[in-house]
Design a protein. Structure first.
Length: 314
């Protein structure tokens, strides 16, 4: 489909940097946007809640200044991820802050709330929603979101259980709106493959963890570089919801990643805590070989993407 006007002429490559807890902070978001891909962060990364107001003011000011200096190639827009679950006590406060700063894109997860969609649409913003199956996708589309993010198997963190081939195909059979694909995408060839499946944009998360601007500890970044798909385990033990995590970080917490019991509530014992000490990662990490700057990484995937397009055309 044709990209919405807010994205036209602002993307160097059809990529969204996925919002990652603890990892995605303003430095990473700004680097992504200036490099020509959509930068995102979870609102809950701003702690306390008042910090979100400061972050958004700073991001808007810096991107406006960048656009003024680069009128021929303005920065890509950014997005804020809101957890729309009833357990998120900050939701309404964070939503009000996002509305105040007219955040271009709001990404919702773990619940559809019409008041969020209406509030964002009132100032001309876009709402995209994470989905892991067809039922979630239909519910979000019926509620009036502007785009769906198909979170397929292999996505870092709370990845879905379905193949990207199946999930994208089944959504595209009836949905003509903007579709983003998440799951094991870490190079330009995979971005092109997402488009071949009928998606408009590709979600890249784990590869951005191993960039200089990410807020991840250096040990986490190096673990991404040193690992591959077989070093990922899918379990509900860590957070109570099935997700993909790095085996070495699970071992570091004193657990055997190859013999984890099922569990329906979050793991949290002693000094080791979920997310802070047990790190998420997706199946695409085998493509990550170093720790470049965001600009260097986007240069790389842009070249891979264009080479892949050229080889197909030939």
């Amino acid at each position: 489909m044709k990209l919405p006007p807010a994205l036209e002429g602002r993307l160097r490559i059809p990529v969204v940097g996925s919002p990652m807890f603890i990892v995605s902070y303003p430095e990473l978001v700004l680097a992504q946007c200036k490099a020509g891909v959509i930068g995102t962060f979870p609102a809950l990364n701003a702690r306390p809640a008042e910090q979100l107001d400061e972050w958004l003011a700073m991001i808007n000011a810096e991107l406006a200044a960048y656009d003024k200096e680069h009128p021929a190639q303005p920065a890509a827009p950014y997005a804020v991820n809101l957890i729309a679950h009833r357990t998120n006590e900050r939701l309404q406060v964070d939503l009000a802050t996002c509305v105040k700063h007219r955040v271009p894109i709001i990404i919702t997860a773990l619940g559809i709330q019409k008041d969020i969609i209406d509030a964002v649409h009132a100032y001309g913003g876009l709402v995209w929603h994470d989905v892991t199956n067809l039922a979630h996708a239909r519910k979000a589309a019926d509620a009036g979101v502007d785009g769906l993010i198909a979170v397929a198997v292999g996505a870092g963190g709370h990845g879905g259980p379905l193949s990207p081939f199946a999930l994208a195909q089944e959504i595209r059979e009836w949905y003509s709106g903007l579709l983003v694909l998440s799951g094991a995408i870490a190079n330009g060839r995979s971005v092109l493959a997402a488009q071949a499946l009928g998606c408009d944009l590709a979600y890249i998360g784990s590869a951005f963890i191993a960039t200089k601007e990410s807020n991840a500890p250096m040990e986490y970044k190096q673990m991404i570089v040193d690992s591959c798909a077989s070093d990922i385990v899918y379990t509900n033990l860590i957070s109570g919801v099935n997700g993909n995590y790095l085996k070495p970080s699970i071992r570091g917490a004193g657990l055997d990643p190859d013999n984890l019991p099922p569990r329906d509530k979050p793991y949290n014992t002693g000094a080791k805590k979920a997310w802070r000490d047990i790190w998420a990662g997706g199946h695409g990490i085998g493509a990550v070989k170093d720790i470049p700057s965001v600009a260097e990484f986007v240069d790389r995937i842009d070249a891979q993407y264009r080479t892949a397009k050229g080889s197909i055309a030939a």
